[in-house]
Design a protein around this ligand. Structure first.
Ligand SMILES: Cc1ncc(C[n+]2csc(CCOP(=O)(O)OP(=O)(O)O)c2C)c(N)n1
Ligand code: SF4
Ligand SMILES: [Mg+2]
Length: 348
């Protein structure tokens, strides 16, 4: 009898296949760093075993903000106004306290027009993964400087950038983020582990991904180019996300060279020390590494800072356990008698 070769399709914890997590075909430029990020988001959500319908993707305006079209077709989504992704996220988190929120933004979206929203969503500790697809340029509007463009950068239609850049990891850290990481589009392995950890974290987890714009800002001497990124990426640690403590098995375990970190959902991160010897639980050390890498123009990637999570906005407002969008209008709306009582308390 002829043997039939069965193609083995990989399935995750909930029995879905990678294609259940795919999106539309990308219309971004071939080679754009944002495409790699879309692929890695798909892989991370697949590996965590989250149903796509448990996720909402929210973005602003930019090539980066278009990218939620290209992953997780079956998830909820909203493409909002420039710089206003965090405002929409805040609304979504009040309406549905159980949904996983992925906020996708660009350096223009978050460091220029949306900077105050970026900082306030962190201060409020809205539970989400906040990804900045940082190419140091306004890609969608054809190559203007953004607030993360390097000082001295020369762009075709802009001349020389005379202003110093903002570092969004530094802004996140001083705004009170309990999870701050940096990744590079050219290093998908590290990016995937960071995304998995960031999704497993309660509160606002910020990941600044250096994501080259191959059309407007990819000259070798530009900081956010592939050439510069590859030459100047300095991983702080080797980072692996595990579903449980029992899954952590390493052959070359040397005490002192590994650090285990438990995340809010009971999953684990294993950090293996590299040359940098960085302690991500030390906020001063995190600021030092960011200050040094800013001055010396390299990208320290990996987990920059991680701490116990302060109360989320939902905890501070004492939201009920049951998401408001599932409670039903009869139970959400106060009865006439209750309304009278409330009005009476206001002296009406
Ligand atoms: C209120 C408002 N101001 C300006 C614009 C024009 N605009 C659209 S996208 C963009 C910048 C996008 O840059 P970035 O967020 O870095 O995304 P990228 O395209 O580089 O991925 C600007 C200025 C707009 N859409 N809305
Ligand atoms: S213009 Fe730049 S940012 Fe936009 S899709 Fe092309 S490479 Fe990506
Ligand atoms: Mg940009």
């Amino acid at each position: 009898m002829p043997s039939t070769i069965e193609k083995k399709v990989e399935r995750n914890l909930i029995g879905l296949t990678p294609s259940d997590y795919s999106g539309k075909k990308s219309t971004l430029c071939p080679g754009c760093g944002h495409n790699a990020i879309s692929n890695v988001i798909q892989a991370a959500v697949f590996e965590l075993g989250l149903a796509p319908e448990q996720v909402v993707k929210i973005s602003g305006i930019g090539c980066s903000s278009k990218s939620p079209n290209y992953f997780l077709n079956r998830s909820f989504g909203f493409n909002g106004l420039h710089g206003r992704m965090p405002t929409l996220v805040t609304g979504a988190c009040f309406a549905d306290s159980k949904i996983e929120i992925l906020g996708i933004s660009g350096d223009g979206d978050s460091a220029s027009i949306g900077l105050s929203h970026f900082k306030h969503i962190i201060r409020r500790n809205v539970p989400m993964l906040y990804i900045i697809e940082n190419n140091g340029v306004y890609g969608l509007t054809k190559g203007q400087f953004s607030a993360t463009s390097d000082q001295g950068l020369v762009l075709k239609h802009q001349g020389e950038n005379i202003l110093p850049p903002l570092d969004l990891c530094m802004e996140a850290l001083i705004s009170g983020a309990a999870f701050v990481a940096r990744a590079f589009s050219g290093d998908v392995k590290q990016m995937k582990e960071i995304f998995k950890a960031a999704i497993s974290q309660e509160g606002t987890a910020v990941v600044d991904v250096i994501s080259p714009c191959v059309t407007f800002n990819n000259r070798a001497e530009a900081m956010q180019s592939y050439t510069w990124g590859r030459a100047h990426q300095t991983p702080l640690q080797e980072i692996t996300h595990f579903g449980s403590k029992e899954d952590i098995v390493t052959d070359d375990f040397e005490p002192g060279s590994f650090k285990e970190v438990e995340l809010q959902d009971g999953t684990y991160l294993l950090l293996r020390k590299l040359d940098m010897d960085h302690d991500p639980s030390d906020k001063a050390a995190a600021l030092d590494i960011l200050t040094e890498s800013y001055k010396k123009k390299y990208f320290a990637t990996g987990l920059i800072y991680f701490s116990e999570v302060p109360p989320t906005i939902q905890e501070r407002y004492d939201l009920p356990d049951e998401p408001l969008n599932r409670i039903g209008i009869e139970r959400l709306r106060p009865t006439p008698a209750m309304l009278d009582k409330i009005n009476h308390n206001f002296g009406i």
